[in-house]
Design a protein around this ligand. Structure first.
Ligand SMILES: [Zn+2]
Length: 54
């Protein structure tokens, strides 16, 4: 499932893939850091809850 985050640097919307942690769970595993697709700034994943991407 993708989660939506806003880049701290340029405010672009970024979708970050969250890997399901188990079959019957709604927990997802996201990378600690990801690069903005637009400005390539390194973003740190904030603590949950996260917003599912539309
Ligand atoms: Zn950015």
């Amino acid at each position: 499932m993708d989660f939506a985050f806003v880049c701290w640097n340029c405010e672009a919307d970024n979708n970050v893939w969250g890997k399901p942690r188990g079959f019957w769970t709604e927990l997802y595993e996201l990378p600690d850091e990801w690069d903005c697709w637009w400005c390539e700034a390194t973003n740190t994943t904030p603590p949950p809850p996260w917003t599912p991407a539309a």
